[in-house]
Design a protein around this ligand. Structure first.
Ligand SMILES: O=C(O)[C@H](CS(=O)(=O)O)OP(=O)(O)O
Ligand code: MG
Length: 229
């Protein structure tokens, strides 16, 4: 498998398979939202779009990163989300890096969104689709965020070797700037458990597949019991 690790701005053309990685925190949060019962996650391109979607669908749940803001129901924090019942709900998520990365590859035939919490399920799906080439979109810090790069490299290695040891990759993620900023209160909308929750390998058994549904990019869980991709 030919693998590339690119920042959002470095993407050229439409990849055949894209894995969009945001460990801290968008796709850890998305996985928790699904685990808490959400039916799907609509990835919004802007705060205004998220609010417009919520206005059109008052039962949808709007989620943003950073501090709370009028019209938004939830923040981009796994620690804050894990006690919320989202049974059957649709989430509209807008974040600084993660959601932007998925929208940048929305034309790709297969888009997976990932963090450590869905590493093996993501690797398994990549193994079964047997693509020659996979582009990992490293969403943070213009492609240099070490938590995202470490997770992307871990998943890529795990595709080839399911026994890959996570320890070194997790150490890099734990030492990343994002982890420090979350721990030190530089970032807003944070729960004290967020970093630890972002570093749980294989917390969830599903991968997350984003597809265009009309004009919306929609993220849904995928387990091996689902129809083949
Ligand atoms: O919520 C997050 O951790 C970040 C926002 S920022 O980098 O703190 O501004 O968003 P994400 O898109 O999940 O990286
Ligand atoms: Mg991030």
């Amino acid at each position: 498998m030919d693998t590339r690790f690119l920042g959002i701005a470095d993407l050229v053309g439409i990849p055949s398979v894209a894995v969009v990685v945001d460990v801290m925190r968008a796709y850890t949060v998305a996985a928790w939202a699904i685990a808490q019962g959400a039916e799907k996650i609509v990835l919004a391109g802007s705060l205004d779009e998220a609010l417009a979607l919520k206005a059109r669908h008052p039962d949808w749940v709007a989620l943003k990163d950073g501090p709370p803001a009028p019209g938004f129901d939830l923040l981009n924090s796994p620690g804050l989300l894990r006690s919320v019942d989202l049974g059957g709900r649709t989430i509209v998520q807008k974040t600084t890096a993660g959601t932007v990365g998925a929208l940048a590859v929305k034309e790709a035939p297969l888009v997976l969104c990932a963090g450590f919490v869905v590493a093996e399920a993501t690797a398994r799906l990549l193994r079964t689709c047997e693509s020659d080439s996979v582009t990992f979109v490293v969403t943070g810090e213009d492609g240099r965020a070490d938590e995202d790069l470490a997770c992307a490299q871990y998943i890529a290695q795990r595709v080839a070797d399911p026994g890959t040891d996570a320890a070194g990759f997790l150490r890099r993620a734990a030492g990343s700037r994002a982890a420090a900023e979350l721990a030190e209160g530089v970032r807003q909308g944070v729960h004290p458990d967020d970093v630890a929750l972002c570093l749980e390998v294989d917390r969830f058994p599903f991968a997350m597949v984003a597809t265009l549904e009309g004009s919306l990019m929609v993220l849904r869980p995928h387990t091996m019991g689902n129809a083949p991709i």
